[in-house]
Design a protein around this ligand. Structure first.
Ligand SMILES: Cc1ncc(COP(=O)(O)O)c(C=O)c1O
Length: 321
């Protein structure tokens, strides 16, 4: 295979056989196989392309800015570097050291907010910082993954279609369940739109960490980046909640235990939210039958979480002491 641009992603599913006590296989949709190392390359491409089409941004003139504790910032940093835009990522103390180093590789400017918002997270503080920077710099343009509809359109056009195509082609069936973590709700939104249109029998399940406020009022400080929100994302208003089959909440410690278990039992080194999604599937197991096809979205690999989720000292200090 020869590829000639950075905007390439593979479409790979890993079959988890005999996953714990489940009656059917789980297929992990591995989204880490691209230059950005995560699912966020898709919304980043769609949002930047659209801004260029609308002539809202021009290389060498405009400066892209975004709030992200990880993957979306990395995807934008790569695309901005390759297209000739300068870029600022507004991050927070939960952003892992690996992410900060990666952002520096791609010459991103980094602004770190340190004040927790009312929900115990940092999202509101990051957004406020963006608004301040926008008011001071007329050439700054906010990609805004939380409100930009090209975020969920990328998942409607690519992620959802890839799942549908694979399972029609290989197994001549439709997925029974798709479990996805939620942050901006872009992935969830794209999946709901696509499957309610083309495969209405497929049940879409949202996975949220306990303490995140998109589907619950219960706030709690959280440490694992990538999944969850401390302020309801604007995009969550854009989908029909009656088409969402269910929501499963997962504790961070169950996420961590699941990530480490996947490593021990399957030698799979995957990101925090993949652990959340599989922990949710385990919690949901009484609903499954042996004929079900269960898809789990795995947004990234484990490298960015080496010093946290995969570090027993960090886990002990933060969850057991
Ligand atoms: C690492 C990571 N990236 C992306 C996503 C998808 O989030 P969004 O709701 O923003 O599409 C998640 C959610 O689980 C995630 O954990």
């Amino acid at each position: 295979m020869v590829i000639d641009n950075l905007e390439y992603f593979t479409d790979v599913f890993f079959r988890l056989e005999k996953f714990t006590e489940l009656p059917s296989s789980v297929f992990l949709k591995l989204e880490g196989f691209n230059f950005a190392g995560s699912i966020k390359l898709k919304p980043a491409i769609f949002i930047l392309n659209q801004l260029e089409k609308e002539e809202a941004i021009k290389p060498g003139i405009h400066h892209i800015i975004e709030s992200s504790s990880g993957n979306f910032a990395i995807a934008l940093a790569i695309l901005c570097h390759s297209k000739g835009y300068s870029f600022t990522a507004v991050i927070d103390p939960n952003t892992t050291s690996e992410v900060v180093k990666l952002l520096k590789v791609y010459k991103a400017n980094i602004v770190c907010v340190n004040t927790r918002d009312q929900s115990g997270g940092y999202l509101e503080s990051r957004i406020n910082e963006i608004k301040t920077l926008l008011s001071k710099n007329s050439n700054f343009v906010w990609a805004n993954q939380y409100a930009n509809q090209y975020n969920f359109l990328s998942h409607y056009e690519i992620t959802a279609k890839e799942i549908h195509t694979e399972f029609n082609k290989e197994n001549n069936n439709e997925p029974t369940y798709i479990f996805t973590g939620t942050s901006t709700t872009g992935t969830l939104n794209g999946l709901i739109r696509y499957f309610s249109e083309f495969c209405p029998n497929t049940k879409i399940i949202a996975v949220e960490p306990v303490g995140s406020v998109t589907f619950s009022q219960l706030t709690k400080s959280r440490l694992i980046p990538g999944i969850g929100a401390s302020r309801p994302p604007e995009l969550s208003k854009f989908f029909d909640k009656s088409k969402l089959h269910d929501i499963v909440w997962v504790e961070e410690i169950d996420t961590i235990n699941m990530c480490n278990r996947l490593l021990d039992e399957y030698t799979l080194f995957l990101g925090g939210s993949t652990g959340s999604v599989l922990a949710a599937i385990l919690n949901y197991k009484d609903n499954f039958t042996e004929n079900d096809t269960i898809i789990a979205i795995s947004p990234d690999f484990g490298h960015k979480y080496i010093d946290t989720v995969y570090n027993p000292v960090w886990v002990n200090d933060n969850y057991y002491l």
